[in-house]
Design a protein around this ligand. Structure first.
Ligand SMILES: [Zn+2]
Length: 369
């Protein structure tokens, strides 16, 4: 009997919830309409102040930074603990070097190692290391998917991001108002068979070692999302930014649920193909999503900046990508999504663009507006 009541109640609650959300939206839209919405166009790209919150610089060369100056971008360089490419310590050395020369243009996020996880003093040693990084200029901390997908404890059990040994570090960040950037899990595609994937067939097809569908003994997609959610439940005051749409790239509804539940959660917009696909499928809903959560969405590209053979060509590719994404957000011009078809840009109002392109990043990072 109880079960039956729940079966009836939950859909009704969901419907009511979804419905009232749409009403709030439409109300907001009308208010904006009567005040006349204003829009940017393509030519405003250079004059509007912008921020890219997800950049990895792996070179001492500064050609990328000169391009940010030309295109009116500031950015956050992110150091992370990945097993390939430039080691974490080197990424940090490069970040500190650039920060010295371009302190108005950039900021950087540090990270921490889990190599010494089995040491009883891991939590306190890590806090000490982080303090050093903050005195070197870091203003945020990145936590990477190695927690949840690689690190195991002494018993061989996977360590998830809500592990109690990580709590003292997150408490320390809360006390000091330092934001945490979390790349937790992977796109949902990673756990699906190749023929059910949306965008990642090529990548996982050639990297079966990273394809979780083939590794059933590893934590599932849902395990990753649940652990991240439990971590946020335990630390409601933590300023958090989920990288890559918080690994909920496949569903605006699932993402909206978390943004409703966790008021200090933000996400970066580094899954452009998914955002284009949402727009292709339902432009009105996607546009409403951006307007409703305009304070929680942060522009970023996840660009990797390596030493370049042809600097001019590289700078042009960075500029072209930024401009193309600007076109998607500020105009309703036609845009092609490969293998799907044509869609129109979101043409968001200027105040929404200003927030997702700069104000939100500056606010959560505690930088001057
Ligand atoms: Zn990244």
């Amino acid at each position: 009997m109880k079960k039956i009541t729940l079966f009836i109640l939950i859909p009704i609650l969901l419907l009511t919830f979804g419905y009232s959300q749409i009403e709030v939206f439409e109300g907001m839209e009308t208010v904006v309409d009567t005040q006349k919405e204003h829009y940017y166009d393509l030519d405003d790209f250079g004059s509007v102040k912008k921020f890219d919150i997800h950049i990895h610089i792996n070179t001492e060369e500064d050609f990328f930074i000169t391009q940010t100056q030309a295109d009116n971008f500031q950015f956050l360089g992110i150091v992370d603990d990945r097993p390939f490419g430039l080691p974490m310590e080197e990424q940090q050395r490069v970040a500190v070097l650039h920060l010295k020369n371009f302190s108005k243009r950039m900021a950087f996020a540090t990270t921490f190692s889990v190599d010494d996880w089995d040491n009883d003093k891991w939590s306190e040693n890590t806090i000490m290391e982080l303090k050093k990084s903050f005195s070197d200029g870091a203003i945020a901390v990145k936590i990477w998917k190695n927690i949840g997908m690689d690190l195991r404890d002494a018993n061989g059990k996977f360590v998830m991001v809500d592990d109690i040994r990580i709590d003292p570090i997150l408490d320390f960040l809360v006390t000091n108002t330092i934001p945490l950037l979390g790349h937790n899990g992977e796109p949902r595609d990673c756990w699906l068979p190749l023929d059910e994937m949306t965008f990642s067939r090529g990548y996982y097809g050639s990297h079966p070692e990273y394809h979780m569908y083939l590794q059933p003994e590893y934590p599932s997609y849902q395990d990753q999302i649940d652990a991240r959610d439990r971590m946020l439940e335990k630390h409601p005051d933590l300023i958090f930014m989920g990288a890559h749409l918080g690994s909920l790239e496949w569903s605006l509804d699932e993402l909206a649920k978390r943004l409703e539940k966790f008021p200090n959660m933000h996400v970066d917009l580094t899954r452009m193909p998914n955002l284009k696909l949402h727009t292709f499928n339902d432009r009105k809903k996607t546009r409403e999503f951006f307007i409703t959560y305009q304070d929680r969405l942060i522009y970023g590209t996840d660009s990797q900046i390596n030493a370049a053979n042809n600097v001019a060509e590289f700078k042009k590719s960075v500029h072209d990508r930024w401009l193309l994404e600007w076109k998607f957000y500020v105009t309703d011009e036609k845009i092609i999504l490969e293998k799907f078809g044509e869609l129109r840009g979101l043409k968001l109002p200027t105040e929404v663009v200003d927030k997702i392109y700069a104000k939100n990043a500056l606010r959560i990072l505690g930088l001057q507006q």
